[in-house]
Write a protein that binds this ligand. Structure first.
Ligand code: PLP
Length: 412
C-alpha cells in the first residue's frame, strides 16, 4: 500500500464485532479507545486458534505443540522489534503492559544505578504509571524527582526543561502522547537534549504505539514501552524495549523459572536478556496475539492509520466548538495532537455527562484519566474524554455532537 492510498475504512470497521452492538437502543459509539481499543476478527481468530491447536508451555518441551508455541511466541517478539525499529528481538521484553515495563526499569535499572541526590526527571503530564514507580524507587534510593511543567496550552515548558536538565539528571522519562491532553511531545528533540547532559530517556509509548509510526532508534530514546490492548491486542500483554547494552547491564527484578542458567540452594546465575526479565510462564497467548495485532496494524498501514486518526480528531475538534459552554484541554486547534479530545462542560460534571452519554449509546470516559497532578495543574477535578481509532467515523462524531447538545438542554 502506498502512503497516499487509504484502506476502505467502512470495510475495516466491519471486522470489529464489538462495534456492531446496540446499547440502550442506539448503535454503540465507542470513543474510549485511549483506555483500550476493540479487537478485529483477524486478532480474535489467532487467540482461538492458539488455544484450540497450539496450546503448550514455551521453551521447555521437545514436543510438537511446545515447539509451535515457542516459535509463535518468539516470532511475536520479532514482529514487535520490527514494528518499533528495534535493532534486534533480544531488545524486546514481554511485560503486562506499559505500567509493568516502567516498574521493571525503575526496579532493575533504577535500584542499581540511582544514588541519593540523583535526579529522575518526569513531567507534569505523566500518567500515574510514569509517576508512582519512580516515587517508589526514589524512596528506596534517595533519588530526587523533578517535573517539567506544562503550559496553559498543554505543552511541555521547554524553557523550564532547559533549567531542569542538569548533569544530576540520570533519567528523563516522559509520555510520547498524553492520554489526558492529546499533546504529542517532540520526543526526538527531548531525547537529544537529555543525551547532551548524559541522561538516559524512557518514552512512554502507551498512546503512540498503535496510532503513529514509531522508530525508537530514530527517536534516540533508551527505553520505550507499549501496551498491547491499546493497539488491537489483548489486555495483560505489552512490551519493554531497551538498548541491548543497557538491558545487559541490568539485574533481574523477578526470580523464578526460565530466567536462570543454574540454580543452587542459596544462589543462582541468570540467562541473558530477554529471558532474564521473563520469570515464570509468560503470557504466551497474549504475546502471540499481540504479534497478530501488529500484523493487522501493518496490513492497514501505519501512515494510513495515523492520517485517518488525525483527520477524525481534526473534525471532532472543529465540531466541538459548536457546543455551548464546552472547553477542550490541550494544544490549540490547528496543532497536531493525538487522537483524543478531553473537555469540560459548564452544564454538567464529567461523571454526569458520561452517564448521560452512555444512556445514548456513546462510550466516553470521565475522570482524572490517571493523571491527578495534571488535573490539579488545570484546576479541574476531572474531564470527559472522547478518544478515537481508525474504525471510528465522522458520522459517529456528528452523533456525539448531537448528544452533547442534548446534554446541555438536559442539564442546563
Ligand atoms: N501511559 C499512558 C500515557 C497511558 O495512557 C496508559 C494507560 O492508559 C498507561 C501509561 C498505562 O498503560 P497500562 O495500563 O496498559 O499499563
Amino acid at each position: 500500500m502506498t502512503a497516499s492510498s487509504q484502506p476502505d475504512w467502512t470495510q475495516v470497521r466491519s471486522q470489529f464485532p464489538a462495534l456492531a452492538q446496540v446499547i440502550h437502543d442506539r448503535p454503540l459509539i465507542y470513543f474510549d479507545n485511549a483506555a483500550t481499543s476493540q479487537k478485529p476478527n483477524a486478532v480474535l481468530d489467532v487467540l482461538q486458534h492458539y488455544y484450540q491447536c497450539d496450546n503448550a508451555n514455551v521453551h521447555r518441551g521437545l514436543h510438537e505443540l511446545s515447539n509451535r508455541a515457542t516459535e509463535a511466541y518468539e516470532g511475536a517478539r520479532k514482529k514487535i522489534a520490527r514494528y518499533i525499529g528495534a535493532a534486534s528481538e533480544e531488545e524486546i521484553i514481554f511485560t503486562r503492559g506499559t505500567t509493568e515495563a516502567i516498574n521493571l526499569v525503575a526496579q532493575s535499572w533504577g535500584r542499581k544505578n540511582l544514588r541519593a541526590g540523583d535526579v529522575v526527571l518526569l513531567t507534569e503530564m505523566e500518567h500515574h504509571s510514569n509517576l508512582v514507580p519512580w516515587q517508589i524507587v526514589a524512596e528506596q534510593t534517595g533519588a530526587i524527582l523533578k517535573h517539567v511543567p506544562v503550559t496553559d496550552d498543554g505543552l511541555l515548558d521547554l524553557d523550564q526543561l532547559e533549567q531542569l536538565l542538569t548533569e544530576e539528571v540520570k533519567l528523563f522519562s516522559f509520555v510520547h502522547v498524553s492520554n489526558s491532553l492529546g499533546t504529542i511531545n517532540p520526543a526526538k528533540e527531548l531525547c537529544a537534549k537529555a543525551k547532551a547532559v548524559g541522561a538516559l530517556t524512557f518514552l512512554d509509548g502507551a498512546q503512540s504505539a498503535g496510532h503513529m509510526p514509531v522508530d525508537v532508534r530514530d527517536i534516540g530514546c533508551d527505553f520505550y514501552a507499549l501496551s498491547g490492548h491499546k493497539m488491537c491486542g489483548p489486555t495483560g500483554i505489552g512490551a519493554l524495549w531497551g538498548k541491548k547494552s543497557l538491558l545487559d547491564s541490568m539485574p533481574p527484578w523477578q526470580g523464578g523459572g526460565e530466567m536462570i542458567l543454574k540454580v543452587e540452594l542459596t544462589r543462582s546465575t541468570y540467562k541473558p536478556v530477554p529471558a532474564r526479565f521473563e520469570a515464570g510462564t509468560p503470557d504466551i497467548s497474549g504475546a502471540i496475539v499481540l504479534g497478530a495485532a501488529v500484523d493487522y496494524l501493518e496490513s492497514l498501514g501505519r501512515d494510513q492509520i495515523w492520517a485517518h486518526d488525525s483527520e477524525l480528531t481534526r473534525y471532532a475538534l472543529d465540531r466541538l466548538t459548536e457546543v455551548k459552554g464546552l472547553r477542550v484541554l490541550g494544544p490549540p486547534r490547528g496543532q497536531q495532537r493525538g487522537a483524543l479530545a478531553a473537555f469540560v462542560m459548564d452544564s454538567a460534571h464529567p461523571h454526569d455527562l458520561v452517564t448521560f452519554a452512555n444512556s445514548h449509546g456513546l462510550a466516553l470516559r470521565g475522570g482524572h484519566h490517571c493523571t491527578q497532578p495534571l488535573m490539579r495543574r488545570f484546576r479541574v477535578p476531572s474531564t470527559s474524554r472522547a478518544s478515537f481509532y481508525f474504525y471510528n467515523t465522522k458520522q459517529e462524531i456528528d452523533a456525539m455532537i448531537e448528544i452533547l447538545h442534548e446534554a446541555n438542554k438536559f442539564f442546563g
